[in-house]
Write a protein that binds this ligand. Structure first.
Ligand code: PXP
Length: 239
């Protein structure tokens, strides 16, 4: 049975829009865990646009399941991870101008530096995963780094313009799972997965954990809005 890691970055994005203290992603993580999430994922970006260092420190103390830190393989982030010790670090590419992580890490191009980062994190007792496209050469490079897991980037599948293109992406993902298993790499997956497309990927089997954020937080806003408005109507009308 696959596990679900809930990415709460978007809760922090709403908080940062006002620069205040609500909504608190630490509280969101606790609610996600109470609802059955198997893990919590956060991305501490270099520009701190959503998750803050304080969120990571507090979640390390409060998350009861597993804390997965998405991060760029930089000296700054490696030092933070070694200090805070999340259960898992997922290495991702990071560009300042991007809206969200746009592609998998180019492990082939950066083999030595990624390998160095993997080793340092593992020496600190942290499980290491690498976010990669479902590309055989990238997966072989991940194996060379000694990483424990790959996280297959499902963005191309999620954004496929039609059924034919979607089917092609699904085959790539299926082949990526098989290759990773052959190389003894654990397999996670994520990006762009939602309530209508996740089952196709989950049905392939072999994926240990799905990391999902945008669709869950989007649904939470909509299904929670009715209750939130009712509570405010009550206060305004019956003051
Ligand atoms: N996995 C990784 C490595 C990511 O960077 C992200 C986005 O932060 C996700 C999973 C979650 O993607 P989404 O928000 O589209 O569900």
């Amino acid at each position: 049975m696959a596990r679900l890691g809930v990415n709460v970055d978007h809760v922090a994005t709403i908080r940062q829009a006002r620069g205040g203290s609500e909504p608190d992603p630490v509280t969101a993580a606790a609610i996600a865990e109470l609802a059955g999430a198997d893990g919590i994922t956060i991305h501490l970006r270099e520009d701190r646009r959503h998750i803050q260092d304080r969120d990571l420190t507090l979640m390390r103390q409060t998350v009861q399941t597993r804390l997965n830190l998405e991060m760029a393989a930089t000296e700054e982030m490696i030092a933070i991870a070694l200090k805070v010790k999340p259960d898992c670090c997922t290495l991702v590419p990071e560009k300042r101008a991007e809206l969200t992580t746009e592609g998998g890490l180019d492990v082939r191009l950066n083999l030595d530096s990624v390998k160095g980062a993997v080793q340092k994190l593992q020496e600190g007792g942290i499980i290491v995963s690498i976010f990669v496209d479902p590309d055989p050469d990238q997966i072989k490079a991940c194996h060379k780094t000694g990483a424990d897991y790959i996280e297959i980037h499902t963005g191309a599948f999620a954004d496929a313009p039609d059924i034919g293109a979607e089917e092609k992406e699904l085959v790539k993902i299926e082949n990526a799972i098989k290759l990773a298993q052959k190389l003894d790499l654990g397999v996670n997956a994520g990006h762009g997965l939602n309530y209508s497309n996740v089952r196709k990927v989950a049905a392939l089997g072999g994926i240990e954990e799905f990391n999902i954020g945008h669709s869950i937080i989007s649904k939470a806003v909509l299904v929670g809005l009715d209750r939130a408005v009712r509570d405010m109507v009550e206060l305004v009308r019956y003051a």
